[in-house]
Design a protein. Structure first.
Length: 381
C-alpha cells in the first residue's frame, strides 16, 4: 500500500431541520457581519430570506450578494469581492449549489490575499486560510461544501479555470435535506449524476487511497441505490437524506483523490456552450467509461454493483458498466450526445486543448493526449 495522508478540517452538521443549528455555528465562527452569497432563483422561492432571517435574528448583520449565475465568471467574483470589502463583512455564507460556493471560495481568497482570481489558478497557490466560510448546499450534486476547488469561467479565454487548494475548504457545512426536496426532477437528475460521477472518478483515480475509496464506495452505495427514487419523488425523505449524504461523501472522496477525464472534458463544454455542469458530465460519462476500460483493475465491477444494486450475473466484463451508465442516463432523462445539448463540432479541437489543461492536474486512470481528447469528443458527439 502506498503512503497517503488526509485530514477532515471541517465541522459538518447533517439532518432534516439542521438549519436550526446555524445560529450556534455563526457564534462559533465569531462573525458579527455575514456576507451571504446566493442567487435570485433561491431568492424567488424564499430560501434566501429564510437564511437571512436566521442570521439577522441571531443579532448578526447580513449583506447579500445574489448575482451568481451557473458557470460563474471572473467578473462576478470581482464584483462580489468588492462588495464584501465595502460592507465590512467578517465571514461568508454560501447558499446554493456549486456556483455560489465556487464564488464564495474565490471571494474568500481575494479579500484575504488580493490580486486576481487567475493568480491562484492551478494547484495549491492559495497562501493560507481564507475568511471563515459556512456552506449550505441546496442541491445534492457538487459536494462543494467539502471540496478543495473553485471553478470559475474566464470569459476572455472561454475557459473554466480551477483554483485547487485545501485552504479554501469551507470551515463549516450545514446539510439539511429539506433544502433539496423541492428541486425539479431535471435538477435532481443532473445534480445526482454529477455526484455519482465524482465518486466514480475518485474511485478509479490514480491518486485514490484507502480513505478516498471508503468515501467513494459509500457515496456510490447511497447515490446508486437512491437516485432513481429521488428523481421520481423529491418528497421521499429517506432518498433525499441518502442523496445529500452520498453527495457529501463523494465530495470528500474527490477532494483527496481528484477527478478524471469526464470533468476535464465537461469544463470546456460548459465554458463554450453554457451546458449545465451535471448534464455535460452525464453526457460524457459513457464515452469516458468505455475509454478507461483498458486501465480497469477490477474496480469497474464494484462500480457496476453499486449502480445496479446487485452483483453481475456470471462473469463480469467492463462493457457491462458501460451499458449500466447508459441505462441510468436514459432513466434520468439525460441527453445521449453532445450534439443534443448544442455543442458544435468546430469547437472540438479547442475544447480538446482546454480539456488537457485540466487533465494535467487531474488523475484519470488512462493516460490521455490531445489527439485522444479529440477522438473522445467526436465519439460523444
Amino acid at each position: 500500500m502506498k503512503d497517503f495522508s488526509f485530514r477532515i478540517p471541517q465541522n459538518i452538521e447533517f439532518g432534516v431541520g439542521s438549519l436550526k443549528k446555524l445560529p450556534k455555528i455563526l457564534e462559533e465562527a465569531g462573525s458579527d457581519h455575514v456576507f451571504l452569497v446566493s442567487d435570485h432563483g433561491l431568492e424567488s422561492i424564499g430560501v434566501v430570506k429564510k437564511i437571512q432571517d436566521i442570521i439577522e435574528n441571531s443579532g448578526i448583520k447580513c449583506t447579500s450578494y445574489l448575482e451568481v449565475v451557473p458557470n460563474p465568471t471572473v467578473e462576478i467574483v470581482n464584483e462580489a469581492a468588492a462588495l464584501y470589502k465595502e460592507c465590512g463583512a467578517t465571514s461568508l455564507v454560501a447558499l446554493g449549489g456549486g456556483s455560489p460556493m465556487d464564488v464564495a471560495k474565490a471571494v474568500g481568497v481575494l479579500v484575504n490575499y488580493g490580486g486576481k482570481i487567475t493568480d491562484y489558478e492551478g494547484l495549491y497557490k492559495v497562501p493560507g486560510p481564507i475568511v471563515p466560510m459556512i456552506a449550505i448546499p441546496t442541491t445534492a450534486g457538487t459536494g462543494s461544501e467539502v471540496t478543495a476547488s473553485s471553478v470559475i469561467t474566464d470569459e476572455s479565454r472561454n475557459y473554466k479555470l480551477s483554483v485547487i487548494s485545501y485552504e479554501i475548504i469551507p470551515k463549516y457545512a450545514v446539510l439539511d435535506p429539506e433544502l433539496i426536496m423541492t428541486a425539479p426532477a431535471s435538477i435532481a437528475a443532473s445534480c445526482g449524476i454529477d455526484a455519482l460521477i465524482h465518486a466514480m472518478e475518485a474511485y478509479v483515480s490514480t491518486m485514490a487511497t484507502p480513505f478516498s475509496d471508503a468515501m467513494a464506495e459509500k457515496a456510490m452505495e447511497l447515490i446508486g441505490g437512491n437516485i432513481r427514487r429521488f428523481v421520481a419523488n423529491r418528497k421521499d425523505e429517506e432518498a433525499a437524506c441518502a442523496m445529500m449524504a452520498g453527495c457529501n461523501f463523494a465530495g470528500i472522496a474527490f477532494a483527496w483523490a481528484k477527478l478524471g477525464n469526464v470533468h476535464a472534458m465537461s469544463h470546456p463544454v460548459s465554458a463554450y456552450f453554457h451546458v449545465p455542469h451535471g448534464v455535460a458530465n452525464a453526457v460524457l460519462l459513457p464515452t469516458v467509461v468505455e475509454y478507461n476500460a483498458l486501465a480497469d483493475n477490477g474496480r469497474y465491477e464494484v462500480m457496476y454493483s453499486y449502480i445496479c444494486g446487485k452483483k453481475p450475473a456470471g462473469e463480469f466484463k467492463p462493457e457491462m458498466l458501460l451499458e449500466a451508465v447508459k441505462e441510468l442516463n436514459a432513466q434520468l432523462g439525460i441527453p445521449k450526445s453532445l450534439s443534443e445539448v448544442g455543442v458544435t463540432e468546430d469547437k472540438i479541437p479547442q475544447m480538446a486543448e482546454d480539456a488537457m489543461k485540466s487533465a494535467n492536474v487531474l488523475a484519470n486512470p488512462r493516460q490521455t493526449t490531445v489527439k485522444d481528447m479529440i477522438e473522445l469528443y467526436k465519439k460523444a458527439f
